[in-house]
Design a protein around this ligand. Structure first.
Ligand SMILES: [Fe+2]
Ligand SMILES: [Fe+2]
Length: 483
C-alpha cells in the first residue's frame, strides 16, 4: 500500500470527519473521483472527469458506455502542478480527461461518476466556505464532525441526490501548523511547507476536501469556484490542480523566480466563463462564473478597475433569452452585510457592506441576473437591494461561523458612507436594502425550480439534514425566513 493510500486508510479508520465521510466506498487505489462542470472548449459534454490516485499509481481509464450499450475506455492524462509547486503535491497524481458528448455511463475502477450534464433538474445543491480554520490565534476543532461539519454536510448533500452541485469557494483554511496548545483539535493537520510562498499541500487538500467531501464528490456534476483562500499565496495551487476544470490552469499559481527567491504570482483574475444547465426542455439556467479571489472587502481600491472586465464579460455571456434564468456566481458577495460586531473602533467611515471592490466593479452590470450566489461571509444571508438581483450568501459550509448577532439593514446602501455621501466621489451609491435575512448556523442549500422561469424555492438545511429556513426567489426578489 502506498504512503497516501495508507494514510487515507488510517484516516478513515478513526472517528471524526474522515470516518463520517467514509460511507461512499472508493475503489482500491482511488483517492477521489468526480466530474467537474467545464467550459465547452474543455469538453464536448461540458464535463471533465478527474481522478486522484497515489503517486506511483498510473492514471486509470474511464470506462464509458453510450445509450446503445457500446462500451469503450478513455485514457486519462496526468494533470501536473506547476514545476515550482510540485514538491507540495508529490504524493498524489491527478488524472483528467474531457468526456465526449452523448455518454450514458462513466466509471473509474467500478466507481460511477457523472457521465453527462443532467437532461432535467429538480435539485441544485449550494454550498460554500467549507475548510477547517487553523491559525495560530484561531483554531477550529477539525477532529469533531459537529464543530467542523463538512463531512456530514457532504453526506446530506449526497442523500438529497442533487442533479448539480455548486460550491462557491473557500476550501482551504489550514494555513499554519496546529498550535501546541490545540493538539487535541488539529494535531494531525498537515502544516504548510516551510519556505514556500503558498500554504497548501496534497495532504492538506486530502484533509480539507478529498476525504471529507467524498460522499458528494461523485453524485452529481460539480462546479467549483475559487475563493480568497485559494489565491496564489494561499491554497491556489491545489485549487487549480484538483478543482478548476480548464485544461490550461493547473500551473497558474506556481511560484515565480525573483531575485529574492520564489514568490507567488501577482494577483490576477482568471477569465470569466459560463455554464448552461438544462432545467426542462423549455427552461435553462445560465451560470456566469466570476473569479473574485482578490480585492478589498472594506474599501473600493484600484483593484475594482482590474476586476470590472470580469463582470463585463459575465454580462456579455448572459444575454437574456426566453426561458433562461441567469445567476451570477462570485465568491465575494456583491451585496453582503457583515455584523456590526466587526466594526473597527473609532472609524466613522465604516459601513457593514462587504466586498466593496466587487460591489464597485460590478455596478451597472447586474441587469441580466435573477440572483447572485456567493459565500465568503460565514453565515446564511439574503439581501435585497431595490432593482437588483437577490443576493444569496451561503458561507456556512463548515468553516468557523461568524458572529451570531449584529445584522440588520444598514442606514445607507452599498458604496455610500454612513452620512449617505458617495464612498467613491462621483459614483452613485445603491439605495439600502429593502429586505435582509441572516441565520448563522452550519448548512447548505437545495434550490428547486418553480413553476416558471424566474421562480425558485431554496431550502436551507443543516448538517443533520433538517430544514431550518426556506427562501423564495421570484423575478429577482429573494426572501428567506427561518422555520
Ligand atoms: Fe471564508
Ligand atoms: Fe472568502
Amino acid at each position: 500500500m502506498s504512503l497516501v493510500a495508507g494514510l487515507l486508510a488510517a484516516a478513515l479508520a478513526v472517528p471524526g470527519p474522515a470516518a463520517e465521510a467514509a460511507s461512499a466506498d472508493l475503489p482500491p487505489g482511488v483517492i477521489a473521483a468526480y466530474s467537474l462542470i467545464a467550459p465547452k472548449s474543455a469538453a464536448e459534454s461540458r464535463l471533465v472527469a478527474r481522478v486522484v490516485v497515489a503517486r506511483g499509481d498510473s492514471c486509470p481509464q474511464v470506462k464509458v458506455s453510450d445509450p446503445k450499450g457500446h462500451r469503450s475506455s478513455l485514457p486519462m492524462e496526468v494533470r501536473a502542478p506547476g514545476a515550482t509547486a510540485a514538491i507540495a503535491f508529490a504524493s498524489v497524481t491527478v488524472c483528467s480527461v474531457g468526456l465526449p458528448a452523448g455518454l450514458a455511463t462513466a466509471e473509474v475502477r467500478g466507481r460511477a461518476i457523472p457521465a453527462t450534464m443532467p437532461r432535467s433538474v429538480d435539485r441544485i445543491a449550494l454550498v460554500g466556505d467549507t475548510g477547517c480554520r487553523i491559525r495560530s490565534d484561531l483554531v477550529q476543532d477539525c477532529s469533531d464532525p459537529t464543530a467542523w461539519p463538512i463531512a456530514r454536510i457532504s453526506r446530506r448533500i449526497a442523500q438529497q441526490d442533487p442533479d448539480v452541485i455548486l460550491d462557491v469557494g473557500d476550501f482551504y483554511y489550514r494555513e499554519e501548523s496546529c498550535p501546541a496548545d490545540s493538539q487535541a483539535n488539529c494535531g494531525g493537520s498537515p502544516p504548510p511547507l516551510a519556505g514556500m510562498p503558498f500554504l497548501d499541500s496534497d495532504y492538506g487538500w486530502l484533509a480539507e476536501v478529498l476525504v471529507p467531501m467524498n460522499p458528494m464528490l461523485s453524485v452529481a456534476p460539480i462546479l467549483m469556484l475559487r475563493g480568497n483562500h485559494e489565491t496564489c499565496d494561499r491554497g491556489g495551487n491545489g485549487f487549480f490542480l484538483f478543482l478548476d476544470p480548464r485544461p490550461d490552469t493547473a500551473g497558474l499559481c506556481a511560484p515565480v523566480a525573483t531575485p529574492a527567491g520564489l514568490a507567488a504570482p501577482a494577483p490576477a483574475t482568471t477569465p470569466t466563463w459560463a455554464a448552461t444547465i438544462r432545467i426542462t426542455p423549455e427552461r435553462t439556467l445560465r451560470l456566469a462564473l466570476v473569479d473574485s479571489a482578490y480585492g478589498s472587502d472594506t474599501a473600493v481600491t484600484q483593484w475594482a478597475a482590474v476586476q470590472r472586465p470580469t463582470y463585463q464579460r459575465a454580462q456579455a455571456m448572459t444575454e437574456p433569452k426566453p426561458g433562461q434564468d441567469s445567476w451570477l456566481l462570485t465568491h465575494r458577495p456583491v451585496f453582503g452585510i457583515v455584523s456590526t460586531q466587526m466594526a473597527p473602533p473609532g472609524n466613522p467611515e465604516w459601513t457593514p457592506w462587504s466586498s466593496l471592490d466587487q460591489t464597485a466593479a460590478s455596478q451597472g452590470l447586474l441587469a441580466n441576473y435573477g440572483m447572485v450566489l456567493s459565500s465568503h461571509l460565514h453565515l446564511a444571508q439574503a439581501v435585497q437591494i431595490p432593482g437588483q438581483p437577490g443576493s444569496l450568501v451561503l458561507g456556512n459550509g463548515g468553516t468557523l461561523l461568524g458572529p451570531t448577532t449584529g445584522y440588520s439593514i444598514p442606514a445607507t446602501g452599498p458604496l455610500a458612507n454612513p452620512d449617505g455621501s458617495p464612498d467613491v466621489p462621483g459614483v452613485t451609491p445603491y439605495p439600502t436594502a429593502i429586505d435582509e435575512w441572516t441565520d448563522v448556523r452550519f448548512g447548505f442549500g437545495i434550490a428547486t425550480p418553480g413553476a416558471r422561469a424566474g421562480r425558485w424555492a431554496i431550502a436551507q438545511l443543516g448538517p443533520n439534514g433538517q430544514q431550518f429556513a426556506q427562501c423564495s426567489l421570484r423575478d429577482r426578489q429573494l426572501a428567506c425566513r427561518s422555520d
